[in-house]
Design a protein around this ligand. Structure first.
Ligand code: PLP
Length: 199
């Protein structure tokens, strides 16, 4: 998300007296030309109410460590911090996991190299995947981060509706043995968009 959109979001939550939860789990998986901007950067330079902003992050994406179940809440709100520090009692990270992560994350040389190669490969795989689909006349949404590819498969729908999308999903699963998420499950308003891990 670019700086301008984040700025607009911060203005929106301020005007409406809301809180902003910024999920930055793909921060290190950007392969586009625009770099990653954390909402924390704007809070450091602009005069917003920091207590309504909470950042979440986890190791599942950038480091492919989903199995370790390690995440972070970075909040400027004393009440949120007090509540979450009490909750950590029930979901502590095990000692072997901590030892592994300390040695891995503190190895700056390894981390920099790993993230660099990972970003390069993500971009390459997305380009290959999207090109393959394009050859079959399937357009993909332009992507610059993460593992996923939004593909417009509406031309394969028998019925242009959410129901038609589910029929297509089921036939891809049963005949092609490929599980592709129908985007109606993510409230996409146009039927026919499906999501697939490109990697
Ligand atoms: C944007 C985003 N945030 C958070 C998560 C949660 O990841 P996990 O539960 O594996 O830590 C996901 C997983 O797909 C995600 O796509």
């Amino acid at each position: 998300m670019n700086r301008k959109t984040l700025y607009d979001l911060l203005n929106f939550v301020t005007e409406r007296n809301l809180h902003l939860i910024s999920d930055e789990i793909y921060a290190g998986s950007i392969y586009g030309t625009e770099g990653f901007v954390s909402v924390a950067e704007l809070l450091d330079t602009e005069d917003f109410d920091k207590s309504r902003v909470h950042i979440v992050y986890g190791l599942s994406k950038d480091l492919s460590l989903a199995g370790l179940r390690v995440g972070v809440i970075y909040s400027y709100n004393a009440n949120v911090l007090a509540a979450t520090s009490k909750l950590t009692r029930f979901c502590e990270i095990s000692t072997p996991t901590r030892r592994l992560l300390i040695s891995m994350l503190s190895d700056t040389k390894f981390m920099n190299e790993y993230l660099k190669i990972n970003r390069k490969r993500l971009g390459k795989m997305f380009a290959l995947f999207a090109e393959g689909l394009n050859q079959h006349g399937v357009e993909c949404f332009k992507s610059s981060a993460g593992f996923y590819c939004w593909a417009d498969m509406s031309k394969f729908l028998r019925l242009y509706s959410e129901g038609g999308e589910l029929v297509l999903w089921e036939s891809l699963l049963n005949s092609g043995k490929v599980n592709i998420t129908p985007l109606s499950s993510s409230h996409c308003i146009e039927p026919g968009w499906l999501l697939r891990d490109a990697n």
